[in-house]
Ligand binder design. Structure first.
Ligand SMILES: [Zn+2]
Length: 477
């Protein structure tokens, strides 16, 4: 294994967030009765003419600007010819020799720069639905606008491939280009994987892996495939160029078909669509309209707010979450880092327990910030915080912000004044004379035991710092 290195390049298809399809006025949406969102254009009727959706161009340009690409002022649509039951025209409209964006790059967490070769526009095909009585075709998806983002084979491990995909997804979601939902298929990733002896400058035979619909699948599929190829080579066999599918249930890649070459598709410029020309002034306006991108945001979190890389990455991975965080902590830079950690640990733990999603949480962010502030200020003990969050998250009858506010008022106040806590501490010391003697003989770590006993008596609703100070006063004499 160690004698070989993987060479990986990703091809990512992102569905653009438009209301209508790329070449007709049919609505783009998930679900709906089969074949109800169709018209002569997306059904591929002879003589029906495509008209390019301007919003599609704007979103593709944003994707290109966000990934540092050179936007091409002239690009050309081409026909990619192949037959498939869910492709009624017998060809897919895409861009071949002259795509809309060229030569970009992505900055990965480890500081590596991975190059992007091109971004081109294309239409999606329909869907074949295989059932017991045969296969049926639903063309609602036909003509859905996509960008395909083709990376150079710059990645050297499954983890790097995941980092690349995560960085790309963050940019596309931040720019409103794509919703980034891998499970629903609006962001789809294929991986070209080969292996070569370490030190070799020549690429090995590559295999394309399809059908990975989560970050985890991407990592597992690439790791499996690298090991499979190394095994073939060390056994004296050779890797066949082919397309393989990731079978998530059996955790293995499976042969699908031998790989086609570009020449098999007989690309030629689509005679129904004129070349796409972009006005440089319009492009400048698009460039000026870009928001802060995830890499810049992450750097700002580390530099200005003191977040560590892990927390900064976690926040930035979901742009709406980072937006809400930014709004909540505006003007409170001191609370920002602890609040980010609070979200990543305590709040995330609740989310794994209860059916709530991050979008729901975004509205509750100001309440969460207030609760975090009280906890850090000692007005809520650890136990009270845990109970409060548990109660608030479990109450699914009302919005999270309301539920948390209710749980917050029920939680009451922490006991922190000496007068209330001293009798409890005295009682504990009287109850455990043996431990008191051991403490005085030098076993100072028994402080934790006494604090624990006192907290149990007080049902966790006390300030542990005050109890610790009281203990020190009574024991260290
Ligand atoms: Zn249509």
């Amino acid at each position: 294994m160690s004698a070989f290195e993987p060479v990986i390049g990703l091809e990512v298809h992102a569905q653009l967030m438009t209301r209508t399809k790329i070449f007709c006025g049919c609505a783009v949406s998930v679900g709906g009765e089969p074949n109800t969102r169709t018209c002569p254009v997306c059904l591929g009727m002879p003589g029906a003419l495509p008209v390019l959706n301007a919003e599609v161009v704007r979103l593709a340009v944003r994707a290109g600007l966000g990934t540092g690409c050179a936007i091409q002022t002239t690009s050309v649509f081409a026909r990619k010819n192949y037959f498939y039951p869910d492709l009624p025209k017998g060809y897919q409209i895409t861009q071949a020799d002259l795509p809309i964006c060229l030569d970009g790059q992505l900055l990965l967490d480890d500081g590596k720069v991975a190059r992007i070769q091109r971004i081109h526009l294309e239409e999606d095909a329909g869907k074949s639905i295989h059932g017991a009585t045969g296969t049926r075709v639903d063309l609602n998806r036909a003509g859905t606008p996509l960008v395909e983002i083709v990376g150079h084979p710059d990645l050297r491990s499954a983890d790097e491939a995941v980092a690349y995909l995560r960085a790309l997804r963050g940019i596309l979601v931040t720019l409103g280009v794509c919703d980034g939902n891998m499970e629903e298929g609006s962001l789809r990733c294929d991986a070209n994987v080969s292996v070569r002896p370490i030190g070799s400058a020549v690429f090995g035979t590559r295999v394309e892996i399809k059908n990975m619909n989560s970050f985890r699948s991407v990592r597992d599929a690439i790791m499996f495939e690298v090991e499979r190829q190394v095994g073939l080579i060390t056994d004296g066999d050779r890797v066949r160029q082919e397309t393989r599918l990731w079978n998530v249930d059996l955790a293995r890649t499976e042969s699908m078909r031998s790989k086609e070459e570009a020449a098999d598709y007989r690309y030629f410029p689509d005679p129904d669509l004129p070349p796409l020309h972009l006005d440089p002034a319009w492009l400048d306006a698009q460039r000026a309209d870009l928001p802060e991108l995830p890499a810049a945001r992450k750097a700002r979190y580390e530099r200005d707010l003191g977040l560590d890389l892990r927390t900064a990455t976690w926040l930035t991975d979901e742009p709406p979450r980072a937006d809400a965080f930014d709004q909540s902590v505006a003007g409170m830079p001191d609370l920002a880092a602890p609040f980010a950690v609070f979200l990543m640990t305590q709040v995330q733990a609740q989310l794994q327990r209860v059916e709530r999603t991050w979008p729901e949480l975004v509205d509750a962010m100001p309440v969460l910030l207030r609760i975090c502030g009280k906890w850090r200020g000692g007005q809520l003990s650890n136990k009270m915080l845990a109970d409060l969050l548990q109660t608030g998250f479990a109450d699914l009858t009302q919005p999270l912000a309301t539920a948390l506010t209710g749980a917050e008022s029920q939680a009451g106040a922490v006991l922190s004044d000496d007068a209330a806590l001293e009798p409890v501490v005295d009682a504990i010391l009287a109850q455990f004379p043996g431990e008191v003697a051991k403490y005085r003989a030098g076993q100072k770590q028994l402080t934790g035991f006494f604090v624990g006993q006192a907290m149990r008596q007080l049902a966790g609703k006390a300030d542990a710092k005050v109890i610790t100070a009281l203990l020190a006063r009574k024991l260290d004499v």
